[in-house]
Write a protein that binds this ligand. Structure first.
Ligand SMILES: C[S@@+](CC[C@H](N)C(=O)[O-])C[C@H]1O[C@@H](n2cnc3c(N)ncnc32)[C@H](O)[C@@H]1O
Length: 207
């Protein structure tokens, strides 16, 4: 049941280069929408001081477990269920969240849940890293992403390339600010959001 994704194989090194810059040196990283489990196996090997927690819908777990078993990395945990469309409990506090090629798949309510979950479990200054294509208000969507958007919507009308400005408004309304936005291969972006210090902590230090 070990599934393989060519896209993961292509994008894992460019993504890893960004993760090395922005993730903390140690701590617990929650991956949402781990898919095949390839990224979890690759990133946990490359970042041995981080504890990598993969997650996805239960259907994906067999493949994630197979990649984990093959990897043998001691810092790669067994997958847990996180369904962004259901309120299925909290995975506990984490230092960072990584979500690759998932926000254009899940329905908008799931994107909102991603940010509200991140707000509730990320430590202050923790990073929510999202990888994928975006539509920006000040420029035309790249032809490859126009085609991808049509394809996504044909698979499921709730999916589609998200508007950067809409995501930014959602991020800001849930207590995040933009950490960075970087161009990636194949017209994708690495965008990371940083959790603001909890309001009560700011209030205490200002007092
Ligand atoms: C395009 S795949 C990306 C997988 C992997 N991150 C990658 O880059 O190959 C989208 C992922 O979103 C997951 N997904 C779909 N609906 C979801 C939901 N409601 N909650 C959490 N994950 C979901 C799918 O199971 C799938 O693994």
């Amino acid at each position: 049941m070990k599934c393989f994704s060519e896209a993961c194989d292509r994008n894992q090194d460019p993504i890893l280069a960004v993760l090395k810059e922005i993730l903390p040196g140690s701590g617990r990283v929650l991956e949402i929408g781990s898919g095949t489990g390839q990224h979890a196996a690759y990133f946990s090997r490359a970042l041995p001081d981080l504890n990598w927690q993969p997650s996805d819908l239960a259907d994906a777990h067999l493949s994630i477990k197979a990649w984990r078993e093959e990897s043998g990395a001691p810092n790669l945990s067994a997958p847990i269920v996180i369904d962004l469309l259901s309120d299925n409990g909290s995975p506990g506090v984490v230092d960072a969240i990584v979500c690759i090629n998932t926000i254009h798949i899940v329905a908008w309510a799931g994107v909102e849940r991603l940010f509200s979950l991140a707000e509730s479990i990320l430590k202050p200054h923790g990073v929510l890293y999202c990888y994928g294509p975006y539509r920006y208000g000040d420029r035309a969507l790249e032809p490859s992403n126009v085609a991808f958007d049509h394809w996504l919507k044909a698979q499921n009308p709730v999916s589609g390339v998200r508007d950067y400005e809409v995501i930014k408004a959602l991020a800001e309304s849930t207590g995040f600010y933009l950490g960075g936005d970087r161009s990636m291969p194949a017209n994708n972006r690495s965008i990371w959001w940083v959790r603001r210090t909890a309001p009560n902590v700011s209030a205490l230090s200002a007092a």
